[in-house]
Design a protein around this ligand. Structure first.
Ligand SMILES: NC(=O)c1ccc[n+]([C@@H]2O[C@H](COP(=O)([O-])OP(=O)(O)OC[C@H]3O[C@@H](n4cnc5c(N)ncnc54)[C@H](OP(=O)(O)O)[C@@H]3O)[C@@H](O)[C@H]2O)c1
Length: 226
């Protein structure tokens, strides 16, 4: 499967690439193709070192500009900050193929003197999943997930995450494909919350988690329903 990561040069992009290159062709996206290619080369070297000689990396990590990779991706991960959804999606929506799945891990979050807060609640803005669904129509192809996964843990490929990720989407076939991809990350359990209109419930967990971490000196905590 071809997995394109828009904004893949950031920390989450690295984590996704290192995990999924075992089975898939991952394309790191950037606004600059040259940067994407350099970063992809670095991630490839990191993957080879981290997995060692006894693990076969059956996929690959390459780089391209965000728009070019979107044309060729079966799955497109939007790994960019909330502020840039409008601008980026208005360009991506013109080129993605009809059967491409769009994944939104975006958390609309900011840091204030109270602690981390959820932007839609504080500033009367839209949840990330809703904004993406509107910009990347049809909404049936959009699924939201991975909000509460720490990039630090994702990048440690020998670490089993022992965590849930909360998944929202309108089309059961799209959700099933996302669940399969999520399950390929060691120790990650996808837990379905409901339609995309409930994405805010997954998104808001991240500022909660970071506040708990800060106040209680917990290192990169994650969530699991028991
Ligand atoms: N970090 C985490 O632990 C974590 C956990 C859960 C969810 N998330 C969510 O996952 C997403 C990615 O997180 P991240 O920490 O990897 O993000 P990030 O490092 O802040 O940004 C990712 C990439 O976005 C691109 N970018 C920056 N400004 C842009 C613009 N104006 N237009 C288009 N692209 C732009 C940059 O790539 P180029 O400069 O190469 O274009 C950058 O490398 C975020 O939405 C975040 O809320 C993060």
């Amino acid at each position: 499967m071809k997995i394109g990561i828009v904004g893949g040069t950031g920390g989450m992009g690295e984590g996704f690439a290192l995990r999924w290159c075992l089975k898939h062709d991952v394309i790191i996206g950037s606004r600059e193709a040259r940067k994407a290619k350099e970063v992809a080369e670095n991630y490839t070297n990191t993957a080879k070192q981290a997995y060692g000689p006894n693990v076969t990396i059956a996929g690959s990590i390459t780089g391209d500009d965000n728009i070019s990779l979107a044309k060729n991706s079966d799955v497109l991960i939007l790994s960019i900050p909330y502020e840039f959804i409008d601008d980026m999606c208005s360009q991506l929506s013109k080129v993605v193929s009809n059967d491409c799945i769009v994944v939104c891990p975006i958390v609309p979050m900011t840091r204030t003197d109270k602690g981390f807060t959820y932007i839609p609640l504080e500033d009367a803005k839209r949840p990330a999943g809703e904004l993406v669904a509107e910009r990347m129509a049809p909404r049936s192809r959009v699924v939201s997930a991975f909000h509460t996964i720490s990039e630090v843990k994702l990048k440690k490929v020998d670490l089993s995450l022992e965590a849930d990720t909360y998944v929202c989407g309108d089309d059961p076939a799209v959700v099933a494909k996302l669940n399969q991809l999520a399950s390929e990350i060691a120790g990650l359990r996808p837990v379905y919350l409901g339609p995309l209109s409930l994405s805010y419930q997954a998104e808001v967990l991240t500022p909660m988690l970071l506040n708990a971490a800060k106040q209680n000196k917990l290192k990169h905590p994650s969530l699991r329903l028991v």
